[in-house]
Every structure is written in C-alpha cells, then in structure tokens.
Write a new protein. Sequence first.
Length: 299
Amino acid sequence: MTIHAGLTRHWLPLSIDGTGVRLSCISREGTGLPIVFLHGFGSTKEDYADVALHPAFAGRPVFAYDAPGCGESECADLDRISIPFLVKTALAALAEQGIDRFDLVGHSMGGLTSLMLAHQHPERVASFTDIEGNVAPEDCFLSRQIFLHPHEDPEQFLEDFIARNWAAPFYSSPLYATSVRYKVRARAVRGIFESMVDLSDNADLMEKFLSLPFPRMFMYGEQNNTLSYLPHLAANGVELAEIPNSGHFPMYSNAPEMWRRIAAFQARAMNPHLQRRPRAPDPTPSGTRMCRPKPFGEN
C-alpha cells in the first residue's frame, strides 16, 4: 500500500538464525544512495516517515522497518532478540531489499545496532548519523534499568519502566513513555537491554565508532550536552549536532532541526569539499543548559 508522499508499506518475512521474523517496513524507490533508518527502543519506523515530506530528501530511496518484537513486526521467539540478533536482521533485510551501499541513520538502540553493522561492513556505509546511540557505558541510562530495577515479571518491569520514564524531567519523556507499551513486546525487553549494557561496558564501542572510515555525525539533545565524551568525538573528526529544546528524542521534541541537520550532513558527505571541521561543545555556553541527572536510581 502506497501512502504518505510515496512511501510504501510492506511486509518482509525472514529467518534469522532459524527464528522466523516478519518485518513491517516502509520504503520508497528513487535515485541515488538509499537512506536506511533504524529506530530506538520503544519507538517504530514511523519516527522517520516524515523523510518523505522534506524537500532536501526528494527523490532519495528510503528504507525503515520495525525491529523484531517492536511496532508491527513479529518474531517467533522473543527471547532470542538482542543487539547481535538485530544486526543480523538488518543485514538480512538489506539483502532482501537489494540495498548494497547506503547512508545510515540510527537512534539509541538503532544507533548501537547501526554501529555494530557499520563496524562489520564499513565498505557498505557512506555516512552514519548516530542519534544518541550507545558509544560508552554512560549511555545505558535506559537499558541499565534492567539491572537497577529488576523484576521477574517482564510485563511488570515494562510497566515500572514506563512509570519512571513518564516522570523523568526530559523533553518528550511522557510522550515516549505513554506509547512504549504499544510499541514493544515485554518479553523482548530483557534480551535487548542486557545486550546493550554488555556491549556498552565491554565492546570498546568508542574505538569502533572512531575507527569508522566515513563521515560520522553524533546527534544529541541539548539536555544531554554534558555527555563526557563529546569533546573526544569532536577531536577525532566526528561532527556534533546539538538539537535545541530536546533530550534523548529529537524526533519528538524538535523534528525540524533534526531533519535539517541530517540533510546538511548527508549533503556534505556526498560533497567532500563542503566538509567542515567538527566543533567541540562550547565550554562556557550562554543561558541555562540542562544536563542529564542520574536517572531513576542509577549510581
């Protein structure tokens, strides 16, 4: 079914390590490099559907899908889902779509999935926009709750997770929290969160990110501009994109600025002579800036 400025909704059946998966996808045909989007935990492919309405992306092929256990997508064994499983899913989906080389955009869980995919196959990625995807242990402010607030019942853990995030003092947290129960299956949460924490703590994600041989942009909300590694990213050639009036979810809080920065970055990636030198965050910004407090009992 074709809707929303040329996007087509369709299903993609796959087998991932012997587990049946049925992905709910949106895509658009076009010319030039495709843009591949991977959504975050508790979100869906629709986070990116407005790409079809922005003139800066006119004519570009696009592809996004709900991760297994999320949104409308299905998975025969929810206990199998983890970041490595999601990487294999992405590679299988790209193969089925005939997408070889592409611009990559990933948010949070999707940013970490994108990083692991790009590390394995750097020759396939033309540019990478990482929207607060995990690159260090401090990024596990959502996923580490599986250890900080454990519960044997996955349904109750998810309900408690929703309540904590609804009350969090960040842009769009209530909006995000109230829809989580409709966008992720409770039994998929543990495997996703535990693998995110394990990779963030033990897999040298920062080294992987900095070693990628193509243009990279790290996007973050202004509420998170105290992330300790931002100057290190800038000093190592990563473009930084701070999104005003936003926290972890710029696609909800300030979507116009998010899309503007992605379009400008991808344009520079396609035209190297337009590249600009990354700039570290201002150490003495004017006005009041909010920082991420220790969330929900995290030490």
